[in-house]
Design a binder for this molecule. Structure first.
Ligand code: HEM
Length: 467
């Protein structure tokens, strides 16, 4: 009733059942529903329904930037994520109330990319040799399973440290934790707070977290003791967490929780982005493989990737940005939960307790067939044609027209690290293998609520580059 002034899209005409009908349509066709909302209310707000709530959507860049500028005390990003994945309960109240890891990701992790890259590259090469080898003829490879394992291992060289990156049991558990957390959130979301607190201990996320605690608790305690004894040998995310943790967070239990929180932020997001990019490459290998390979060889003749070499791959960057523009990992961007009523300049009210989102298909300008057309070198060509005065829009730069990493104050702080990881793996694949879709197959885009995921079971063809 509080949002009766905001029109619902595809709610039908039946009294009382409107939002249920809307939820059915939104879950079946999220992008179509969002485009329809935009065509009816291009500069205003509309709402769409899911099975558990209603989301208020804006499509105009002006309104999107207007709400992102509101302070956290009015429109809050953490609360919006919490409403979705219930992380106050699934991850732990510390991760929700004391997000001291965010400046560490934005600062220390980003600044240390160059330090981690040699080990990351070695890891990628070893995993490719073990999983794919040097096939002389076409070999079919299930790409998603390989990439998720690789991202978890390569990422953990910087997050939990080498012992965790090489502990297969922990890597599998870290990958599984996100899935357990999603499932547990579905179970917890409809419950009142007192009931959530009572049943959280039997959820898969809680059991998964405790299993990790048993697996790596000793290692974390050892790192804590080494820090207290002044014997710090490793600089990685776990160490920065230990060094910066407020007193109540500086325990094995809380650090395990925090590390798992980062695994959730880092593993599947990066995997989905990279898997979708590999599928796009395999869909048009004749158009993209050779120009990308030439660029990579040109800028990296000694075969060693540094942050500077990765940054110099203009075509690869453009390709990744276009993959994320045409196929971002979500349909709704930068959710902000109204802690108090929020009023747009035009008078539209977002009532307390509701979440407002940006309309990704519209803000990414994928409204027509032509806009949706994949053009991997769109951004690099723009810069080439515009001369030196024209800067190429980057894979990691955010704006109201490109929201894969969100935008504004809470834009993803891990995007610089993620970009290095994605470019390192993609460039390594391109240098070592020819890749293509298996004839007769095509990747499908699947939706899980507001998240868009690349197909996980699809196999591609790979063959070692001979020359
Ligand atoms: C390609 C990979 C990734 C994608 C697509 C991605 C995407 C996002 C998005 C869309 C947001 C929300 C932004 C907003 O609300 O405006 C976000 C937030 C966040 N991401 Fe990422 N992310 C990726 C990788 C990572 C990595 C590797 C880390 C850490 C190691 C990370 C840590 C975080 C954190 C801590 C936040 C919360 C920021 C805040 O609330 O201020 N992400 N990410």
């Amino acid at each position: 009733r509080k949002t009766s002034h905001i029109p619902g899209i595809r709610y039908g005409r039946l009294p009382l059942l409107g939002s249920w009908i809307g939820a059915y349509h939104f879950l079946r066709d999220p992008e179509g529903t969002l485009r329809e909302g935009h065509s009816q209310y291009p500069t205003g707000c509309f709402k769409v329904a899911t099975l558990t709530s209603e989301a208020i959507i804006v499509s105009s860049p002006e309104k999107f930037t207007e709400y992102l500028a509101a302070p956290d005390s009015v429109l809050n990003g953490q609360d919006a994520i919490n409403a979705g994945i219930q992380f106050k309960w699934t991850m732990g109240p510390g991760v929700y109330h004391r997000p001291y890891h965010i400046p560490l990701v934005r600062g220390k992790l980003t600044q240390s990319v160059n330090k981690f890259l040699p080990d990351m590259q070695e890891e990628v090469q070893a995993l490719l040799s073990a999983r794919v080898g040097e096939p002389k003829g076409w070999e079919e490879v299930g790409i998603h399973a390989m990439i998720v394992d690789m991202i978890a291992k390569v990422g953990n060289l910087a997050l939990g440290g080498t012992p965790l990156a090489h502990n297969q049991e922990y890597i599998d558990a870290a990958i599984q934790y996100t899935l357990d957390l999603m499932l547990s959130a579905e179970f917890l979301r409809p419950l009142p707070v007192w009931a959530k607190e009572m049943v959280v201990g039997v959820t898969p996320a809680y059991r998964s977290k405790k299993r990790c605690e048993r697996m790596v608790g000793g290692y974390i305690e050892e790192r804590l003791r080494a820090t207290d004894g002044g014997k710090v040998e490793t600089q990685d995310m776990l160490q920065w967490l230990i060094d910066s943790a407020p007193a109540e967070e500086r325990t094995m239990v809380q650090l395990n929780e925090r590390l798992l929180g980062l695994q959730v932020a880092a593993i599947h997001t990066t995997t989905m982005t990279l898997t979708a990019a590999i599928y796009s490459l395999c869909a048009e290998p004749d158009k993209y493989l050779e120009p990308l390979r030439t660029e990579i060889k040109h800028h990296c003749s000694d075969g060693h990737f540094t942050k500077e070499t990765l940054d110099s791959f203009a075509k690869l960057d453009s390709f990744l940005r276009e993959c994320s523009r045409t196929g971002p990992i979500g349909t709704l961007a930068s959710g902000r939960y109204a802690r108090t009523d929020f009023q747009f300049k035009d008078g539209t009210l977002i009532p307390r307790g509701y979440i407002v989102y940006g309309n990704i298909p519209v803000l990414h300008k994928i409204l027509s067939e032509e806009d949706a057309q994949f053009d991997g070198f769109r951004s690099s060509r723009l810069a080439e044609e515009g001369g030196s005065g024209k800067k190429q829009p980057q894979f990691v730069s955010t704006g109201a027209d490109y929201l894969n990493f969100g935008h504004g104050r809470h834009a993803c702080p891990g995007r610089f690290f993620a970009s290095a990881e994605v470019k390192l793996i993609l460039a390594s694949l391109i240098l070592r293998y020819d890749m293509a879709l298996i004839p007769g197959t095509k990747p499908m885009r699947l939706y899980v609520g507001m998240t868009k995921i690349p197909e996980t079971k699809l196999k591609i063809r790979m063959k070692a580059v001979t020359s």
